[in-house]
Design a protein around this ligand. Structure first.
Ligand code: IPD
Ligand code: CA
Ligand code: CA
Ligand code: CA
Length: 264
């Protein structure tokens, strides 16, 4: 449990926005949908959920800045705090009727992510973390897996929308990782990928061409769950580099080695 006023604000906002998302998931065929690019869609569900989140966060913390996937950035009077908001992570799954998506909200304070909430409304799974206070799934403390053998490791990864990233490079990375690990999955929500590493369901995760709202909440979840998080090239800052690699200390090191090898 994390009993802080900040966590209450974040959890209340996310649960409120999730109600609409869950309703809309039951009526996908009636949703207004527009196309951002090949295979990349945004629906009225994404926009409505973001409005609910924005209103709740602004009401509770009026001065904070916002970086939102659909609404862009809003500078706050308080230059030290910024919310990173993804109202629906896994839109492709959502619009195809695949029940694997979430809402994700992270709070950055002076360049450091200090709190994160990820909520999967279909499975009713709430992942929360606050700096120095641990990471939790539905109020139970979570930790990254203790597995150290790559051959037994389950790895999740993500691929960018068509035209948004370097697919040939990713294929080399996937082939290199697949050749030596226990199994590999593309689940379709970067935030849940991070949350699944945090709770030990997946042993490793990497992805490039992400945005800060995909990662902010998940990065602190993995760190507070005892995991190692860097960008995909082993640099300290995943958000600035827009890529991520994470797992426990031993497997993270192995993954970085594999990604280097794939890119030689
Ligand atoms: C996407 C998902 C996906 C990842 C993409 C993201 P969206 O976010 O997180 O897993 O591979 O790069 O853009 O568009 O569903 O919020
Ligand atoms: Ca996203
Ligand atoms: Ca989204
Ligand atoms: Ca999107």
């Amino acid at each position: 449990m994390i009993n802080s006023p900040l966590m209450t604000v974040m959890v209340d906002a996310v649960r409120k926005a999730a109600r609409g998302l869950k309703r809309d998931f039951g009526e996908i065929e009636n949703l207004q949908v527009s196309r951002k690019g090949p295979g990349n869609f945004v629906s009225a569900a994404d926009r409505k959920a973001e409005e609910v989140l924005r209103d709740a966060l602004v009401k509770a913390r009026p001065g904070y800045g916002l970086i939102m996937e659909e609404g862009g950035s809003v500078e706050g009077q308080d230059k030290t705090h910024t919310w990173h908001v993804d109202p629906l992570d896994g839109t492709t799954n959502f619009l195809h009727g695949i029940p694997h998506f979430c809402l994700s909200v992270g709070l950055e304070r002076e360049g450091t992510i200090v709190a994160g909430v990820i909520y999967d409304p279909i499975k009713d799974e709430l992942f929360i973390a606050e700096r120095g206070k641990g990471a939790y799934l539905n109020n139970r403390r979570i930790r990254v897996s203790a597995r150290t053998d790559l051959a037994d490791a389950l790895v999740v990864y993500g691929s960018p929308y068509l035209g948004r990233g370097n697919h040939p490079r990713l294929l080399k990375e996937v082939a290199t990782v697949m050749a030596v690990t226990g199994g590999i999955r593309r689940l379709g929500s970067a935030a849940l990928d991070l949350a699944y590493v945090a709770c030990g369901r997946a042993d490793l995760y990497w992805e490039r061409d992400l945005q800060t709202w995909d990662m902010a909440a998940g990065v602190i979840l993995v760190r507070e769950a005892g995991g190692f998080v860097t960008n995909a090239d082993n640099g300290a800052e995943p958000l600035a580099a827009r890529s991520v690699a994470c797992g426990n200390e031993v497997l993270h090191r192995e993954l970085i080695g594999l990604l280097r090898k794939a890119n030689q």
